[in-house]
Every structure is written in structure tokens, then in C-alpha cells.
Design a protein around this ligand. Structure first.
Ligand SMILES: [Zn+2]
Length: 69
């Protein structure tokens, strides 16, 4: 099943202060993961992590709507 992943720009706590990151959230259950970086590959990494974090049942495929460099 395709699920829309909502991508939001956030500031994350890094070792030397705040760093740019992305929050990728499941549009169905609202579960989210934070990843470092704001490139499209960061967003894809977030989508991969979200597959484990998300509590929705069944097979999942997250679609990053419109998010690209
Ligand atoms: Zn979910």
C-alpha cells in the first residue's frame, strides 16, 4: 500500500549545536522519524526508517510527495 510521507524541515541537536534535518511523518498514523540533512537522499533515508517506526499494518511503501532537491 502506498502511504504519503509528510516531510518537514527541522533543526536537530547535533554534537556541536543544531543542524539541519528533516522530519518524515506517516500521514496515516502520524509516526515520524528525524534524519540529518535536507537532501532528497536524506528524505529517502527517512522514509526507509519510517517503514520500521510506523505502526500501520501491512506492507508499506512511503511516497515522498514532491520532495526533491
Ligand atoms: Zn503509519
Amino acid at each position: 500500500m502506498k502511504i504519503m510521507a509528510e516531510v518537514e524541515e527541522v533543526e536537530l541537536d547535533g554534537e556541536y549545536g543544531s543542524v539541519d534535518g528533516l522530519r518524515v511523518a506517516c500521514s496515516r498514523c502520524g509516526e515520524s522519524v528525524d534524519v540529518y540533512g535536507r537532501s532528497s537522499s536524506s528524505a529517502r533515508r527517512g522514509a526507509a526508517e519510517l517503514r520500521d517506526a510506523c505502526t500501520c499494518r501491512g506492507s508499506k511503501f512511503f511516497v515522498l510527495d514532491g520532495y526533491d532537491d
